[in-house]
Design a protein. Structure first.
Length: 338
């Protein structure tokens, strides 16, 4: 049998450690016990949740993935020129590494590829697959939750580090959090480095709501699967049939909000210090599960500038639904104290 190719894998988290599990459980309980109950969107992505998200990206109503791919295809020469030669591509939340792989197969070739993802096993397999196809590129995997404190490994060349953050995942941070996250990225590169990032743009409410509440019910399944995952992590007893998917566009805040709404008065419980802890929900009460912020191209460029980026380039599709930005680290920027 053929041996899998060698890839370096660094692990900054141990998802199965008792400490990590206890931390996740505490986070879940704190969210559930808030007056407005909430579960963080990172809990969507168990094995089934990741597959459901892949299915979402195939839906005719979910335009971001396809629109971003079309922008890449149209502006490939400009993207190649922006990234330059002999760069290190740092792919944040690489998943299957498919987007980076597409770039490489189109001839946009880095000297080194650093793939970062929270799902370490998936990362190892994806990277081995890519390495088999493109053996000349040095490949390093990092198992880390890059949305929290995250540092690139010592020894990674400081020049021409290019962060790659496609798919408009930046929209799942609030604008303040997004600003702090972008600042942390800027702090890890020098003026020869940059950021290639996909951003979903503000548009018609009907288009947005259809993208997050498709008639086939795939997004509803993705949202409700969250409770299945919570049942596993917390040994809770949510009955998924009691909850319905709600997605609505909050135009004042420029964000899609996803919730799970109780169909009737119910309670959910999980093991606590003294027997089982309980949260009651009235009929119609909601658990907030995700916000997806949308930007104007000018608004996102301003956010990039305030986070320490400059020389901003933006490419969009003909309908102005999605934008791909490239920005360099601005010169003479003080680094954030850590
Ligand atoms: C991962 N993220 C960019 C998706 C989004 O559009 O906010 C997650 C998603 N939620 C529902 N559909 C897709």
């Amino acid at each position: 049998m053929q041996q899998p190719p060698e890839v370096t894998l660094l692990q900054f988290l141990d998802r199965d450690s008792p400490q990590q599990n206890a931390r996740l459980r505490r986070e879940l309980v704190a969210g559930l016990l808030q007056p407005q109950a909430a579960i963080a969107p990172k809990f969507f992505y168990d094995a089934l949740g990741s597959r459901l998200f892949e299915a979402i990206t195939e839906l005719p109503e979910y335009y971001p993935t396809r629109t971003e791919a079309a922008i890449f295809a149209q502006y490939l020469p400009a993207v190649r020129q922006a990234l330059g030669e002999a760069f290190t591509l740092i792919d944040l939340g690489c998943g299957s590494c498919a987007k980076a792989g597409k770039l490489f197969h189109a001839g946009v070739l880095p000297a080194r590829y650093v793939a970062v993802d929270i799902s370490v096993d998936y990362l190892r397999k994806s990277l081995q697959h890519l390495k088999r196809e493109l053996p000349a590129i040095e490949m390093i995997g990092i198992g880390a939750d890059f949305t929290e404190e995250f540092r690139l490994p010592d020894g990674l060349p400081a020049e021409r580090r290019m962060f790659f953050y496609p798919g408009s995942s930046i929209g799942n941070f609030s604008p303040d959090e997004a600003g702090r996250f972008l600042r942390r990225l800027a702090d890890q590169i020098d003026e020869s480095g940059g950021l290639l990032i996909g951003v979903d743009l503000i548009k018609d409410r009907a288009l947005l709501e259809a993208a997050y509440d498709d008639p086939l019910g795939v997004t509803a399944a993705f949202n409700r699967n969250l409770l299945r995952h919570v049942n596993v992590l917390l040994e809770a007893d949510f009955d998924i049939g009691d909850w319905q998917h709600v997605a609505c566009y909050n135009a004042d805040a420029a964000r899609i909000e996803m919730h799970l709404e109780a169909r009737r008065a119910i309670s959910a419980s999980w093991p606590g210090a003294n027997g089982r802890s309980l949260r009651r929900f009235a009929a119609g009460e909601r658990i907030h599960t995700e916000s997806s912020w949308k930007y104007s191209a000018q608004g996102f460029a301003a956010l990039l500038r305030s986070a320490g980026f400059a020389e901003i380039q933006v490419w969009t599709d003909p309908r102005n639904w999605f934008a791909l930005f490239f920005a360099r680290r601005a010169g003479n920027q003080p680094r954030t104290a850590t």
